[in-house]
Design a protein around this ligand. Structure first.
Ligand SMILES: CC(=O)N[C@@H]1[C@@H](O)[C@H](O[C@@H]2O[C@H](CO)[C@@H](O[C@@H]3O[C@H](CO)[C@@H](O)[C@H](O)[C@H]3NC(C)=O)[C@H](O)[C@H]2NC(C)=O)[C@@H](CO)O[C@H]1O
Length: 586
């Protein structure tokens, strides 16, 4: 009966009156308690979300701010049709600011349930935006993403003021402001938290998601939707692992045969236009697009006619690599470096990145050793055909590739490599300069390599697979049983995976973290559920490094999942709705 009345009420856009209402929520000791409504109740009746908005230190904010937070105790009605943004100083980033404004209004609209028109009563909202460095619109590892937000009420309007150190800070401020607006299903009215004062900035400068678009292809729409969701939780790096041994979907003008032979189909190619669109889309959402060209291993399809690979499709694959098809570049061929320069130049042109990922993942000695040409080259150089000798060969490759990267990008931008035998802390400084290279850790969080690398002064990005590999926990794809890194990693573990705790007193060398979605077993159809809402748990960890465990964040986490779903993200469900309605009872 209640449900029926509600549905009718929504369709007619009339609200259930407070007297008829069955449930209301009451803020008690930082929890919103579901309470039977009685005709005798004289308090203002609060809907669940309205209550959650201000009850608790951080209300429904996600990620929680790191500085001063005062959420006041009152909600005020606003007129959603009368929201106005005024930018004090636009500078070079004025177009981005405009776009951030459109996104903000769009986010407010997404807070309203489908088919509902809130009452157009309430105060107009005026948002004043003050960008301290309006000419900064480039990403960098030391960019300032800080902002402050104030919401004040006057007799005739709500005034919000956002001060950002850069466009990126301002953009985050708008995200936060959008999270302070709620649709009240009791009054059919939009409400805003008033008397707010927040200052905020992230703990880590690098907060990423890796998407592997080579094992399976993802549509541009799926990529843009991912970036949209990332922006909502203030993640700032979309790491695009665009090629691998299975496919080469990156459009190349100088070496078109790499794409022609290497893409799964002519329709499964990321064209220059596609990439430009993604890069621009991401930029206005405060997300950098970081390209990776993984080499010298993890190559294969596309390179068929070049003669520049070894052990491609070698069988049995377990003898030569970690998954089929095997394939590795032949570092002894000079022509290889001309190819690399072309790939890097086209990546430079398309992505214009501030940092570049050179891969370096899972190089196999056995693969290189299967080539007589490589063996002869090593013998001529007086390198033994053993692990130390193959490291020298790898170093030969990396030094030449590095030179080509700097040339192609026309600057000495920071380079990233996956942890490997080359980055082993016992020898890493023999080969890789700590001022040039950032190491992305994918072994476990307790691996002694982490401490070893930190002690030698290397900057790290944490993608420890035991907490941040979102492909783990599914069935194996090369046989039966579970995949190699099972079990599935729940959001709790993601949330509690603290880079600061892992790094101890070397915390300053941790640039941040990244969740990886390797795509052997996912594509556009499964993407949202694999990433979300777990990536939101990562977002708060990296933004705020909370001291509390997942339990303290649970009510807000359940809400951020709801918000993502309202945005159109098919995020996995975490708990029965009962737990969302009955805080702290599950
Ligand atoms: C204990 C042991 O030796 N187990 C191996 C197991 O490791 C083999 O599985 C392969 O493991 C690789 C990691 O060691 C894994 O590669 C990485 O994982 C991602 C998928 O989660 C890939 O997309 C990445 O390219 C890889 N690199 C990075 C940096 O993450 C590889 O995918 C695993 N292969 C398969 C087929 O699952 C397993 C091989 O059969 O054998 C076990 O004995």
């Amino acid at each position: 009966m209640w449900l029926q009345r509600c549905v009718v009420a929504i369709l007619l856009t009339i609200c259930v009156s407070a007297e008829e209402l069955t449930w209301r929520w009451v803020c008690e000791k930082n929890n919103c308690v579901k309470t039977r409504n009685t005709p005798q109740n004289e308090d203002p009746v609060l809907s669940m979300e309205a209550c959650k908005m201000f009850c608790g230190e951080f209300g429904l904010l996600w990620p929680r701010p790191t500085g001063h937070v005062d959420l006041g105790n009152f909600l005020t009605k606003i007129n959603i049709n009368k929201v106005e943004l005024n930018v004090v100083n636009g500078g070079r980033s004025s177009d981005y600011m405009k776009n951030a404004g459109y996104r903000f209004k769009n986010l407010l609209a997404k807070a309203i349930p489908r088919g509902v028109t809130p009452k157009p009563t309430g105060k107009p909202v005026s948002v004043l935006i003050d960008n301290e460095n309006p000419n900064i619109k480039e990403f960098s590892l030391d960019m300032d993403e800080s902002y402050s937000l104030r919401i004040e009420v006057t007799s005739d309007s709500i005034n919000a003021t956002i001060k950002g150190a850069t466009f990126f800070g301002v953009r985050h401020g708008l995200e936060t402001l959008s999270q302070l607006v709620v649709y009240d299903d009791i009054r059919n009215q939009m409400l805003i938290v008033r008397d707010v004062s927040i200052s905020d900035k992230p703990v880590y400068p690098y907060r990423g998601i890796l998407l592997d678009t080579a094992r399976n292809f993802y549509t541009i729409d799926a990529i843009k939707a991912t970036i949209d969701a990332m922006a909502a939780v203030k993640l700032n790096t979309f790491h695009w692992h665009i090629t691998d041994s299975q496919s080469f979907p990156f459009e190349m003008s100088k070496r078109p045969e790499l794409t022609r032979l290497g893409a799964y189909s002519p329709f499964k190619v990321y064209t220059k236009n596609d990439i430009a669109e993604v890069v621009e889309y991401a930029l206005v959402r405060g997300v950098r697009v970081l390209p990776e060209f993984d080499a010298p291993a993890h190559v294969g399809e596309g390179w068929e006619d070049t003669g520049l690979t070894v052990c491609f499709k070698a069988t049995p694959w377990r003898h030569y690599c970690v998954e089929p098809p095997c394939g590795q570049l032949n570092p002894t061929r000079e022509e290889l470096y001309e190819y690399l320069e072309d790939i890097y130049s086209e990546m430079a042109e398309s992505f214009q990145p501030d940092i570049f990922h050179m891969g370096g993942d899972e190089v196999s000695e056995k693969c290189w050793n299967s080539s007589e040409e490589i063996q002869n080259f090593m013998i001529q150089n007086r390198w033994n055909l053993d692990s130390a000798g193959f490291l020298k060969l790898w170093n030969h490759f990396q030094t030449k590739a590095e030179h080509k990267a700097y040339k192609a990008f026309n600057k000495t931008l920071p380079l990233i490599l996956w942890t490997s035998t080359l980055t082993d802390y016992n020898i890493v400084d023999k080969y890789l300069d700590k001022d040039k290279y950032i190491i992305q850790v994918w072994t476990t969080g307790t691996d002694p390599q982490v401490e070893g690398l930190l002690k030698k002064g290397y900057r790290l990005i944490m993608s420890n697979y035991d907490a941040l590999y979102f492909d783990c926990g599914f069935g194996s794809w090369v046989g039966k049983g579970n995949n190699w890194c099972s079990p599935y990693i729940g959001w709790h573990k993601v949330y509690e995976n603290s880079p600061a705790a892992i790094a101890g007193h070397h915390k300053d060398l941790i640039l941040g973290g990244e969740a990886a979605l390797w795509s052997e077993q996912s594509d556009s159809a499964t993407l949202d559920g694999r990433l979300w809402p777990r990536a939101a748990a990562l977002a708060e960890r990296l933004w705020a490094e909370p001291h509390e465990d997942w339990k303290a964040a649970e009510p807000r986490m359940l809400h951020v999942r709801e918000r993502l779903v309202r945005m159109g993200v098919q995020a996995d469900s975490l708990e029965p709705e009962w737990c969302y309605q009955n805080e702290d009872q599950c």
